[in-house]
Design a binder for this molecule. Structure first.
Ligand code: UT7
Length: 331
């Protein structure tokens, strides 16, 4: 039997129009463009404005543009996974809402929450359905409205995050393109450094949780920073060695966009020159589940069939991982 792999055959994305600049943030909290650019490397981020608009609003637009670009009818999609930490509501899953909004009726799907690693976890999970032969057109969308859980009086977190969505179509390849190898990890002991206390079953919303500002992202930056650099470089190097990819054989590193210094340190440890690293953090900030597909979307025209690509991610959980993909088409 021919070996079947899961290849990306198209990319769609959506970012909101509103641009929150460092100068505007400097009027909200005690910070500066200089501090944010030096310590994080973000110039601006997009924010979804509008009453009642949630993550599904952006995911719908990303998925619709993906279906249009790839000439895919919603009826042909047989699975949709939505990676997100900011679902529209506790239930039903945002995947269900997005499927409905996009007219996807012959599919099943679910949400996957692995912090900032949600998209890569989702893409790897989806690839297993393709490899097994049970599913042929799978949409993976990473979308987050981080502005809905950010405390805009907390300078240590509010500069980092932005809103956005990106989606890919996965289809079977029998020519060796697509996801070749991956390593994903979780270490729940890291949860103390990065989490949202309230809104779940431990501390449902109450006046007290609102007063204590517990519905926002809580982050201890330094331990997260250290773990991100160590783990992303470790698993990425492991994947490269296992698949005998030397730095010169690599076309692109697609790293999670959390901090320019984390991206640079990861690439340095892997001996990858900056010219091979997809970086758009300066424009969008950390869009959590959307960072990787937003990079692919921006670089799509430069991608060539056969390019060796490494994805690397790290997020709340802690979760992290890397994947090796042989790109399937000329952008
Ligand atoms: O995607 C999920 C994973 N998340 C991450 O990967 C984030 C990882 N962590 C980081 O990127 C960095 O740790 C941060 C960007 C969050 C913080 O940068 P840092 O260089 O680690 O700063 P720090 O937390 O050690 O804070 C240094 C100083 C503190 O002041 P004092 O105590 O030395 O007086 C902070 O209060 O910088 C201060 N500070 C700020 N100053 C101006 C923190 N945030 C700001 C700010 N503007 N926005």
């Amino acid at each position: 039997m021919e070996k079947r792999t899961a290849a990306i055959t198209g990319i769609g994305a959506y970012v909101p129009d509103y641009i929150l600049t460092n100068d505007e943030l400097s009027q909200m909290v005690d910070t500066s463009d200089e501090w944010i650019m030096t310590r994080i490397g973000i110039k601006e981020r997009r924010i979804l404005k509008g009453d009642g608009l949630g993550t599904s609003y952006m995911a719908e637009r990303a998925v619709k543009s993906l279906l249009e670009k790839t000439n895919t009818s919603p009826d042909e999609v047989d699975m949709l996974i939505c990676g997100t930490v900011t679902p529209d509501m506790q239930f039903p899953a945002t995947a269900n809402i997005v499927s409905d909004l996009c007219g996807i009726k012959n599919a099943f799907g679910y949400d996957l929450n692995a912090g900032c690693s949600s998209f890569l976890y989702a893409m790897i999970s989806a690839s297993k359905y393709i490899e097994s032969g049970t599913h042929k057109k799978v949409v993976v969308v990473g979308a987050d409205k981080m502005s809905s859980i950010i405390d805009y009086t907390d300078r240590s977190t509010c500069a980092i995050f932005g809103d956005g969505a990106g989606a890919v179509l996965l289809e079977p390849s029998t020519e060796g393109y697509g996801l070749i190898d991956s390593t994903m990890r979780v270490d729940g002991s890291g949860r103390k450094h990065l989490h949202q206390v309230a809104g779940g079953s431990c501390y449902p919303a109450s006046h007290e949780t609102v007063d204590k500002r517990q519905h926002f992202v809580y982050q201890e930056g330094q331990p997260v920073f250290k773990a991100a650099v160590t783990h992303m470089a470790e698993v990425s190097s492991e994947i490269m060695q296992r698949n005998q990819i030397a730095p010169e054989d690599l076309a692109w590193l697609v790293p999670h966009q959390a901090n320019m210094r984390i991206i640079e340190a990861t690439a340095n440890r892997m001996n990858i020159g900056k010219e091979k690293v997809m970086i758009n953090i300066q424009k969008y900030g950390n869009t959590t589940s959307a960072t990787l597909p937003l990079c692919l979307w921006e670089w799509e025209q430069q991608l060539r069939r056969g390019d060796n690509i490494i994805f690397a991610t790290f997020g709340a959980g802690f979760t992290w991982g890397a994947a090796y993909m042989k790109w399937a088409y000329n952008g």
